[in-house]
Design a protein around this ligand. Sequence first.
Ligand SMILES: Cc1ncc(C[n+]2csc(CCOP(=O)(O)OP(=O)(O)O)c2C)c(N)n1
Ligand SMILES: [Mg+2]
Length: 363
Amino acid sequence: MERTFQGEIYLTRYLDSQGTLVQPLPDNPQLAEQLQSCYRNMILARALDTKAIALQRTGQMGTYASMLGAEAIDVTIGLCMQLDDVLVPYYRNHASQHIRGAAMEDLLLYWGGDERGNANPAMNQDFPNCVPIATQALHACGVASAMKIRGEKRCALTVCGDGGTSKGDFMEALNIAGAWQLPVVFVVNNNQWAISVPRAIQCGAPTLAQKAFSAGIRGEQVDGNDAIAMHEVLSRALDRAREGKGPTLIEALSYRLSDHTTADDATRYRDNEELKTAWEREPIKRLQTFLHQQGWWDEAQEKAWHSEVARMVQGAVERYLNTTAQPVEAMFDHLYEEMPASVQEQRDWAQVKAMKGGSHHES
Ligand SMILES: Cc1ncc(C[n+]2csc(CCOP(=O)(O)OP(=O)(O)O)c2C)c(N)n1
Ligand SMILES: [Mg+2]
C-alpha cells in the first residue's frame, strides 16, 4: 500500500495559563502596543458583557449571548482584520463588531430586539449577526468568491462555534473554499459546549481543525485564551487569504464561562468543578500577568482604563435606553420589496392593535 495522504495539526501557544511564556515571542516591533490594545479591548468587552447581562436580568433587554471567556478570540479578530475585509459573524462577536466600528449602543439595540442596531453605516460591508447555526460560513464563501472574481486584495472572515462544525453548511463551505481556493478564514470558537452538548460527543475526530483536510485547506489549532497566539495565527491566516494563498480553518480552544445565553441555566447540565478549572485558564488575567512581567503594565494605567471603559459602557447604555422604540409595524418592513397581501394584513392588524393600546386593553 502507498500512503496517499498524511496530515498534522499544530497548536500555537505563547502563554501558559499562568501567563508565562512557553516559546520566544513573535518577532514584532509593535508587540507591546498591540498587546496593550488587546488588553484594553478585552476589559471593555467584559464590561460590556456584564452590563448587557444586567440589562437583560432587569427586563431592559432581550435574550443575550455572552462572550465571557471568548474575549481574546473576539478582540483579536477585531484588531487583526483590515477595515475593507468583511466580517461574517455569529452571535458571540460583539467585541469584534465594536472594534470594527459598530457603536456599543447599536449592539445593545439589536439585542434589545430593534433591528436598527444592524443598520449601522460604520459596519461598512460587514454582515449582521447570524443566529441560524453555521449558515454564515456559506455567506462568507459567497463574499470571498466576489472578492476573488474582482481580483481584490481583501478577504472574508467568519466565525462559528464547535457545534456549528457539525452542520452540513459548515462542511459545504469548507469544500467550496478549498475547491475555489477562496480568500476566507474560518474561525471556530471551540468553547467546549453547544448549549448542553459537550464537545466530546459532538464529533469523533480528536480536533475540529482536521476537518480542513477533507476540503484540502489549511487547518490549525490555537490557544483561544492566549491573545498573543490568537493575534499571530489570525494575522498569518488573513495575510495568506489576502495574498491569494488560500483559506485557513482556525480552531481556537476556549471555554464558555457563561450560560449559553441568558435564556439558559448551565448549572442544570455542567459540572461546577469543570467551570472552576476553566476560570484558571481565562484570557484576561493571563494577558495581564504577562504584561506585568514584561513591564508593559502598571496599576495607574489599569485603573484609568477601567474607569474609561466604565464611562464608555455607561454612555452606550444611556443612549440605548433613550432610543425611542419603533412602531410595532416596523417588524414587517424591509422583509420584502413588495409586501405580500398576507403580510400586509398582519401589519394592518398589528397597527390597529397597537393603537388600541396593545395587550393591556385587550377585549
Ligand atoms: C439551524 C439551527 N439549529 C439550531 C439552532 C439552535 N441553537 C442555537 S445555539 C446552538 C448551539 C451552538 O453551539 P456552538 O456552535 O458550539 O456555538 P456556541 O453557542 O457554543 O458559541 C443551537 C443548537 C439554531 N440557532 N440554528
Ligand atoms: Mg460551543
